[in-house]
Design a protein around this ligand. Structure first.
Ligand code: UGB
Length: 596
């Protein structure tokens, strides 16, 4: 009270609110006026920020926290009363007629889509010092994740516009959600690379704020252990993306501009855009309000399962249920064996890979009701079984895939299952943890992420008729991976299977030790036999036929020690570097027809 005169009227309101919320401990220790007054004002500036960034303000934050902490103390199961069953969705098989039809439909729709990348996480599990989107997706070309994503969106935009009648000038909007941990480095990466060819106006960054930490079951806000004039904060989770999009006004702008789809994706999946056209086609054809991309999942595999939950009170939702909750839920509702494989050899509950396609119209209608706030959860680490105190402060969290939890039963919520090799290879785990993964389970490391890109590209070429030598197992950073020929291409070379197939002619062969990088739209592989390294760069006007026997010493992979600090971190995390012994590189910078 003695310090009140230091504050603006709106700050006084905030102080009163904190008192009403029984948070007086936050300033009980404050010294007399005249001592550290600036820090007291800074404290209220932070309170104002926390109050405005949480839907409903700090009062809602504390109220929600009290309820969730009470449920957690009681051990209440959030799925009590719900019966699980297998939801309906589309299961696709790469390259068959059905897949090709969905890809075509998806390319048509792409010009009416907006893309949203959630990239606020620092990735503690990966232990990388930079931002994850700056990591190379593969080291043959050194293309980083953000570049891959931007070039894929631009290629989709062009492909989609080519299909529409007359001139099409549509630009696909691209939003990146950042946080204090990633914002400035994401801006630097974009600016230093000229936005990887995208117009700067096409990219919007929305920064999520952290959320107040909680000290006890009464939701007393925690003070920062290093600064008594600061409330301790931690990330609130990727679920923030919905309220940020809503409050930014972007959804309305997109809707007014005639857009129909919003696609959400995570920061380190180098395969994602191989699955996007077909998945978007599924959304459009099946008129899904929500479409979750999924992969086949072995029963009990450590990945959330997409599940239909029906409640006796009429509630119904199709939602990701984390794997550790799915098995007990099934056992408790008449399935004594829990989560088991069905006749396909996989669990009937597909594995969530957290890439969502939402139909914009119904999405806005829902957000008008909720403001974009997502059902939260809390995960306190208790000191003992009495559950009365925490080992360290906790906070509320939310996940973007929980968006369907508030939807009415009439909402059309489905999923699209893709082949794992085609759609999902995230980079989440550091080398030490990845090496400990049990054999047969995915490493999800920088090593496996890069190898998955070569495998997917090789298998796509195989399906398009190219003969390839079998992959060879090799161990990098203690992880055994299949090494395929190191094949990469720019998204403009081939986004869909039909497009890629149209660029492969005659009888082509690629040996196991080969490397090939295609950087140009009109490159055609015709009766090519490659045994070495080949790089082709060409402008759109150049039509290049690549054929005949191409043989050289090529590029090879050399194991390196992940602990050798003399080697750049980007390489150490994958456990190999490329020895660039000999290659054929050709650049076509003039229009015309060429034979190599
Ligand atoms: N992210 C943010 O933008 N802000 C945040 O506050 C936190 C994260 P993680 P997670 O792919 O297999 C998800 O940490 O959350 C971004 C799904 O919840 O990589 O442990 C972050 O930058 C899970 O159901 O993953 O698990 C990144 O882009 C499963 O699908 C993204 O959010 C799992 O991913 C995901 O963050 C998976």
């Amino acid at each position: 009270v003695k310090n009140l005169h230091l504050l603006h009227p709106d700050q006084i309101e905030l102080a009163k609110m904190l008192l009403d919320l029984r948070q007086s401990h936050l300033f009980q220790h404050w010294p007399e006026p005249g001592v550290e007054d600036e820090r007291k004002k800074a404290f209220f500036a932070q309170v104002a920020k926390l109050n405005s960034s949480y839907p409903g303000g700090l009062a809602s934050n504390v109220k929600n926290a009290k309820e969730l902490l009470a449920d957690s103390k009681e051990g209440k199961n959030p799925y009590d009363g719900f019966t699980p069953s297998v939801p309906t969705g589309e299961v696709l098989s790469f390259g068959d007629d059905n897949f090709i039809r969905f890809e075509e439909a998806g390319i048509k729709e792409a010009q009416d889509a907006a893309f949203v990348l959630v990239a606020g996480g620092l990735g503690e599990r990966l232990g990388y010092n930079g931002i994850k989107v700056a990591l190379p997706a593969e080291t043959t070309t050194g293309t980083c994740f953000l570049q891959l994503y931007i070039e894929s969106i631009l290629a989709l935009q062009e492909a989609s516009c080519r299909l529409s009648q007359g001139a099409c000038e549509k630009e696909i909007p691209f939003v990146i959600m950042t946080s204090d941990d990633t914002h400035s480095r994401t801006v630097d990466l974009l600016e230093s690379s000229s936005y990887f060819g995208m117009k700067p106006t096409q990219v919007k960054l929305l920064k999520q704020e952290k959320v107040a930490c909680l000290d006890d079951n009464y939701a007393r806000l925690a003070l920062d252990p290093h600064d008594k004039y600061k409330i301790q904060t931690k990330p609130h989770g990727h679920g923030d993306v919905h309220s940020l999009l809503y409050s930014s006004g972007l959804l309305k702008i997109w809707h007014d501009a005639g857009l129909r789809w919003v696609l959400f994706f995570q920061d380190t999946n180098g395969l994602l855009f191989k699955a996007i056209p077909a998945a978007l086609g599924v959304s459009a054809t099946k008129q899904y309000h929500v479409n979750s991309l999924a992969v086949q999942r072995k029963a009990k595999e450590a990945i959330g399962g997409i599940t239909r939950l029906t409640h006796s009170d009429g509630r119904l939702m199709v939602i990701n249920v984390e794997y550790n909750q799915l098995d007990p839920l099934l056992r408790a509702s008449g399935h004594p064996d829990g989560d088991v494989n069905c006749e396909t050899g996989y669990s009937p509950f597909p594995g969530n890979i957290n890439q969502l396609i939402l139909e914009l119209g119904p999405y806005i209608e829902e957000l008008k009701k909720t403001g974009g706030s997502i059902k939260e959860f809390v995960n306190p680490k208790y000191k003992d079984a009495s559950k009365t105190s925490f080992k360290s402060s906790t906070r509320l969290e939310c996940m973007m895939q929980d968006y369907p939890k508030t939807l009415p039963p009439s909402a059309k919520v489905g999923f699209t299952v893709m082949d794992t090799w085609l759609a999902y290879a995230p980079v989440k785990n550091n080398p030490e943890d990845a090496a400990k993964v049990l054999k047969g389970n995915p490493y999800h490391s920088a090593t496996s992420g890069e190898m998955a890109i070569y495998r997917a590209n090789s298998r796509i070429l195989q399906k398009a008729g190219v003969k390839l030598e079998d992959p060879v197992p090799q161990v990098f950073n203690g992880q055994e991976v299949e090494v395929w020929p190191r094949v990469t291409w720019k998204p403009t070379w081939g986004l869909t299977f039909s497009e890629i197939k149209s660029k492969v002619r005659g009888s082509c062969f690629i040996s196991h030790r080969s490397t090939m990088a295609l950087n140009g739209r009109n490159i055609f592989l015709e009766d090519l036999s490659l045994d070495g390294a080949l790089f082709i760069n060409s402008i759109d006007g150049a039509k290049v036929k690549v054929g005949g026997l191409i043989q050289n010493k090529g590029w090879s992979l050399e194991s390196i020690d992940c602990k050798d600090s003399g080697i750049p971190e980007e390489l150490r995390t994958r456990g190999f570097r490329i020895n660039k012994t000999e290659q054929l590189e050709k650049t076509y910078s003039e229009a015309g027809e060429f034979n190599l």
